[in-house]
Design a protein around this ligand. Structure first.
Ligand code: HEM
Length: 493
């Protein structure tokens, strides 16, 4: 059988690592031009077969367990950071059970409680963070500035710890926990996908921090057992502590600790990058910022110039707020490459790539496959003005985006998609949260967090920036390149 075409390269181990690593969008578009939708490139010694477009998304995201395996693609990177016995350190059926446990903590009831907590955190942040605290509403003609990504990373971890992680983590946020988090995060490097245990300083710090973090959670679990408190009813530790696997085995404290670390890491850069991009875009588009602000005033005005707190249900029904996030995730999905290892020879459907009815194409066992929904999300064959940030496409009658949104909300078979899931299909052109068995379970939480943060910030601040910075890909997730300072002044309330 035929193999997919291999991208031309000179150095055997390095292959296309540099051009892919510097700008995956540019690399994928250029290679598609040359080789078609399916091609193989060499990434630090691995043979990685990319399959682009909706059919490529479908082949990989909907791939059978007998063909593709996520653990083997990700475990090097994740297991030293999360710890053993969770996520990609266990067989797929165990991960599926663990995802089910986590869903017990991601309930509408909890989300209702989170909106107010996040609101308070934003307020506290603006009053205490050094970029903001010197500027108050009474001298609102003075403009300050903040680094969008840096500030939003802080606000994201503060709000996640206040809600999902629980009060013990929140109370250590300005202390021991912050350093442990930084050290663990330093273990997320591209090199670690291949060689996670080279005794480099960052890996040694990662290992130490991971042990300390495990102990930190174990200690909380122990203390909570000795002294139960209703205050912690809404957090993830509370949801995980009584779960059992289908065979009756209770989830161990160590597994809980490691799941908590996994959730912390999974939700941190993804959410903080997304909220930064949202702010950068509304700072750039004054008209849309104004519309977003007016949407808040229209729904939450007390009539005396002040705005009241939103409820969870109210927040998720706001079309401008919602489509700003949706559109931002289309252009800046934090994860640009979703990988699996091929565990048995994988035939490419004949309508994909340069396979055809009389020419079968097979991806050999041992290769990796890579889905890049980031490309179908800006495919000029699919979207009108694909590179333009235009939230109104999601509400425009007859548009593809509106169609995707409607199909999803009207025909989704699963329960409470509340905070806007769109694409359930593995062949959807829009899947910032992935699809299929590895689909994100944090989407609804992320929407609660993003919507509340954005709503609160636009109520308090006016923002401006000359242009939206380009993507930085060296951070593993797509983050905004420096400089990314947004100018702001307090709104007069
Ligand atoms: C999986 C994106 C926030 C937990 C995924 C995947 C994507 C994604 C694309 C699929 C990965 C793959 O198929 O290889 C995002 C984005 C987020 C976000 C864009 C925010 C804007 C969160 C949050 C949490 C979370 C807040 C936790 C509370 C997870 C988990 C998985 C996952 C547990 C499943 C991994 C698996 O089954 O293999 N996410 N995520 N994510 N995400 Fe998220």
């Amino acid at each position: 059988a035929n193999r997919p075409p291999v991208v031309f390269h000179i150095l055997p181990f390095i292959g296309s690592t540099v051009s892919y690593g510097m700008d995956p969008y540019k690399f994928f578009f250029a290679m598609r031009e040359k080789y078609g939708d399916v091609f193989t490139f060499v990434l630090l010694g691995r043979r990685v077969t990319v399959a682009l477009g909706t059919k490529g998304n479908n082949m990989i995201m909907g791939g059978k367990l007998s063909q593709v395996n996520a653990e083997e693609a990700y475990t090097n990177l994740t297991t030293p950071v999360f710890g053993e016995d969770v996520v990609f350190d266990v067989p797929n059926h165990v991960l599926m059970e663990q995802k089910r446990f986590v869903k017990f903590g991601l309930t509408t009831e909890n989300f209702r409680a989170y909106v107010g907590m996040i609101e308070e955190e934003v307020e506290m942040f603006l009053n205490t963070d050094s970029s903001f605290s010197a500027y108050n509403a009474s001298d609102n003609d003075v403009w300050g500035s903040f680094d969008a990504y840096h500030s939003m990373a802080q606000l994201t971890i503060l709000t996640a710890s206040r809600t999902l992680q629980g009060k013990e983590v929140r109370s250590q946020m300005k202390k021991s926990f912050a350093q442990m988090y930084e050290d663990l995060d330093g273990g997320f490097t591209p090199l670690n996908m291949i060689a996670p245990n080279i005794p480099l300083p960052n890996n040694l710090r990662r290992n130490k921090a991971r042990k300390a973090m495990t102990d930190f959670y174990l200690n909380i679990l122990r203390q909570r057992r000795e002294k139960p408190s209703e205050e912690t009813d809404y957090d993830m530790l509370a949801a995980l502590k009584d779960q059992r696997y289908k065979d009756g085995r209770p989830v161990s404290d160590k597994e809980i600790a490691h799941m908590m670390i996994a959730l912390l890491m999974a939700g941190q850069h993804t959410s903080s990058a997304t909220v930064s991009w949202c702010l950068l875009h509304i700072a750039h588009r004054q008209d849309i910022q104004q519309a977003l602000y007016e949407e808040q005033v229209e729904h939450f005005s007390n009539g005396d110039g002040s705005l009241r707190s939103p409820t969870y249900e109210e927040l998720k029904g706001l079309p401008i707020l919602d489509s700003i996030i949706r559109e931002t995730l289309r252009l800046h999905p934090p994860l640009h490459s979703l990988m699996r290892k091929v565990v048995s020879d994988m035939p490419v459907p004949y309508s994909l790539g340069n396979a055809s009815e009389d020419r079968t194409l097979v991806i050999p066992k041992g290769n990796y496959v890579l889905a890049a929904p980031c490309i179908s999300q800006v495919d000029p064959g699919i979207w009108r003005k694909p590179l333009e940030w235009d939230p109104s496409r999601w509400t425009e009658a007859g548009s593809l985006a509106a169609q995707l949104y409607r199909d999803y909300t009207e025909t989704g078979e699963k329960v409470d998609y509340g905070f806007g899931m769109i694409s359930k299909g593995t062949d959807s052109p829009y899947q910032p949260f992935g699809s299929g068995r590895h689909r994100c379970i944090g989407e609804q939480f992320a929407y609660v967090q993003l919507e509340t943060i954005l709503a609160m910030l636009v109520r308090k601040l006016e923002l401006k920036i000359d242009h939206v910075p380009p993507h930085n890909y060296t951070t593993m997730i797509i983050s905004p390149q420096k400089p990314r300072n947004i100018e702001f002044r307090r709104r007069q309330v």
